[in-house]
Design a protein around this ligand. Structure first.
Ligand SMILES: [Zn+2]
Length: 211
């Protein structure tokens, strides 16, 4: 079976399965448990269209997870079917930011790429944050001024309460010579943010708004 799950879908399934586990712990009623289980399975299957029976079977096991050990085993197996963020070379990344001189490109571990809906990193020396993701099937890049807030607030990308910072990008308006600055609070740690992304919708809205 080939990889067919996006990172955001993987995190959504994980989250649903965790909710279900919490439900198992709080309820002793078999009927309630079964109802929760089939609801969870339904929600997970709704993410996909045209599943093969093999894929459907694999996904159905997410709602059959009984405890934490089970969950670890299942999700490490499920991860083998997650489409990784494409591996980009330092040169690829530099080409995505043609205007940036002396771009500092971090090293991304290959095993982490299945966890990512976007690649993001901070350059504290330059007070900048860089983001690369896909929009309408094309790689797209974004960078801006970044200032950590040192407290928790809602992130514009993952919509969770996290340690955030103010990301500001300056864009040219339609009128000549005029620039507009747009600021949004986003997660300080892009890896945490990616783990929180259970749908690409907010990420894509954010990118479109900032570009
Ligand atoms: Zn976030």
């Amino acid at each position: 079976m080939e990889r067919f799950i996006r990172s955001d879908q993987y995190h959504y399934i994980k989250n649903q399965s965790q909710n279900l586990l919490n439900g198992h712990m709080t309820s002793n009623d078999t009927a309630v448990k079964q109802a929760l289980q089939s609801l969870t399975n339904e929600k997970i299957l709704q993410l996909f269209s045209d599943l093969t029976s093999e894929q459907e079977q694999l996904l159905a096991q997410a709602s059959e997870v009984k405890d934490d050990t089970d969950a670890i085993l299942y999700f490490s197996r499920l991860k083998q079917y997650v489409l990784p963020f494409p591996k980009l070379s330092e040169e690829d990344i530099k080409q995505l930011f043609p205007k940036v001189k002396k771009l500092k490109v971090p090293f991304f571990r290959e095993q982490d790429l299945t966890e990512l809906s976007y690649i993001g990193w901070n350059d504290p020396g330059a007070n900048r944050k860089y983001i690369i993701t896909y929009l309408d099937g094309e790689l797209t890049s974004l960078y801006g001024h970044y200032r950590p807030l040192h407290q928790k607030s809602v992130c514009s990308i993952c919509h969770e309460q996290e340690k955030v910072g103010l990301f500001t990008s300056t864009i040219k308006s339609n009128k000549e010579e005029e620039t507009i600055s747009r600021g949004n609070y986003i997660c300080h740690d892009s890896h945490t943010c990616n783990e929180n992304i259970k749908s690409r919708e907010n990420l894509e809205t954010f990118i479109r708004r900032m570009k």
